[in-house]
Design a protein around this ligand. Structure first.
Ligand code: UN1
Length: 508
């Protein structure tokens, strides 16, 4: 065994316990669910996974809480979210540290993720007075036609390791102001951040005199999530994760006529045209491709560069990659932390082997960085120049591999860009307004997110987040994404003394 790694793991475990205590969380009961840190790959502590009976009971409590919660006025419900935002602001650095310990994010990105939670709380508070329905002119005299948005029910939130807290907050802050209650099944890789968020939310509810049962946490493997998927009492399943997971979840929720909100894989591309500001493009590309060690669903994976600029562009990116410090995300100056686990590393190596077998040229990176113990997986972000968009390029490998493709005319660049099964995020770097507008037009990027002169990752919460095709079609966070969390009722009100029928029908 690796003595250095063991010792560091003990220190990390101590830090995790301190943070949890600071957040008012009781040390969890030991059990069969390990909480690990990708920093060393070692175990921080163990928790008890929820039993099937406990999951059923949690859904039951959420369903019961919903009956009263739905009648609380939305601006009053917002008080819980306001208090949550305050608690998150107070505990921002501790929660960020826990994200670093459990997900391996560097400090700046972990803090950014907590900020994203605070931002969505603010958004949801404002939203609580803007859950607008429309009124429509009725065709009948003395009648009014309108729609009302009502709370939907219990929302099952299934989230992934890579944004262990922000994606939960997108769903939960909005679901709560919409009058729903939540049962959260976090990634089994990040149970401690989940405990912390759950505890802060329950405290927020208690502080403002609301029912803490509006939020339930269930922990464990896919079987736990499975119960949420199949339970009729769960009105909406909002699931973030792989396409493979979505393929299992969607038909099962559809089978019982439940609602699904899916945010699945991305295979995000950026087109760089001859008129692009290459310095700016390179900076945007490096953050999007290597940031978070390539483990965002918005990570840039495909660079589609014009033949005239591909050489100088690769040079700039490569030289920036050489400067990237890979290492312990708790250390200042480190920009790339570890992969989440050994499986990710194996998948990265396999993808690189396939890319090279397809005629790809490894420009740099891909190697494991040693010195962190056998169970920690640090890699140098890779750039691979590809002769064509082969099968491996069309797949999402959740690791920092940037495939570089070359194009000659803009139409073929857009075609190549859209020729993958996923449709989450996209970007064009150009100074030519025609190209920029074309990329954003109906026959341009087919993604849910399309950017100009900015990378594919790091979206603000104010816009709707999600994508098309195998990305699953769901939209979370800003804009009118709230509508997925409510049910619409259409109301016709007759204030006349007559009873005219629509469509001019005379009956009797
Ligand atoms: C995710 O990777 O699941 O746009 C979410 C971004 C972040 C959210 C990513 N705001 O990169």
């Amino acid at each position: 065994t690796d003595v250095l790694g063991d010792q560091t793991t003990r220190e990390l475990a101590e830090r995790a316990s301190t943070v949890l205590r600071g957040l008012g969380v009781e040390p969890p009961e030991t059990g069969d669910l390990p909480a690990r840190s990708p920093i060393t790959g070692g175990q921080l502590m163990t928790l008890r996974a929820s039993s099937p009976e406990e999951v059923d009971a949690a859904i039951g409590r959420a369903a019961t809480a919903f009956r009263a919660w739905r009648t609380v006025p939305a601006p009053v419900r917002a008080a819980v979210v306001r208090r949550l935002g305050e608690l998150l602001t107070t505990h921002k650095s501790e929660l960020a540290e826990l994200v670093t310990l459990e997900a391996g994010k560097i400090g700046a990105e972990a803090a950014g993720e907590v900020q994203e939670m605070i931002d969505v709380c603010e958004f949801a508070i404002g939203l609580s007075r803007q859950l607008y329905g429309q009124t429509m002119p009725s065709e009948r005299p003395g009648h009014r036609l309108m729609e009302t948005w009502h709370p939907l029910g219990v929302v099952g939130v299934i989230s992934a390791f890579n944004f262990p807290v922000a994606v939960w907050a997108w769903n939960t802050a909005i679901a709560l102001v919409c009058g729903d209650t939540v049962v959260w099944k976090p990634s089994e890789t990040t149970p401690l951040t989940a405990l912390a968020c759950h505890s802060l939310l329950r405290r927020a509810a208690t502080d403002v005199g609301a029912d803490p049962e509006v939020h339930q946490l269930v922990q464990g493997s896919a079987e736990v999530g499975s119960r949420l998927v199949d339970d009729d009492r769960v009105a909406l399943v909002s699931a973030t994760g792989s396409v493979r997971m979505g393929r299992i979840v969607a038909p099962r929720v559809a089978e019982r006529f439940g609602r699904c909100l899916l945010e699945l894989g991305g295979n995000n591309g950026a087109i760089v045209t001859p008129s692009a500001d290459l310095e700016l493009a390179a900076r945007g590309i490096v953050f999007a491709a290597a940031g978070t060690a390539g483990q965002r669903c918005t990570t840039l994976r495909r660079l589609i560069a014009h033949a005239d600029v591909v050489g100088p562009l690769i040079e700039r990116i490569e030289s920036a990659y050489q400067q990237l410090r890979v290492g312990n995300p708790l250390e200042d100056g480190v920009l790339v932390g570890p992969l989440i686990d050994g499986r990710s590393y194996t998948a990265m190596r396999a993808a690189l082997d396939r890319a090279l077998a397809d005629g790809g040229e490894l420009i740099c990176g891909g190697e494991r960085v040693d010195g962190f113990g056998d169970d920690a997986y640090y890699v140098r972000p890779a750039i691979v120049r590809m002769p064509a968009q082969t099968a491996v390029v069309r797949e999402e490998t959740f690791a920092p591999i940037l495939y570089v493709l070359t194009y000659h005319d803009f139409d073929s660049a857009i075609a190549m860009h859209n020729e993958v099964p996923q449709g989450l995020s996209s970007a064009v770097f150009t100074s030519d307004q025609r190209e920029a507008e074309r990329f954003l037009a109906a026959d341009g990027s087919d993604c849910g997110i399309a950017n100009v002169n900015i990378g594919t990752s790091g979206a603000e919460i104010g816009g709707a987040f999600g994508g098309e095709k195998q990305t699953g079609g769901g939209r979370e966070s800003g804009s009118d994404s709230w509508k997925a969390y409510m049910r619409r009722a259409t109301n016709t009100i007759n204030y006349s003394a007559e009873l005219p029928l629509a469509q001019g029908i005379k009956f009797g």
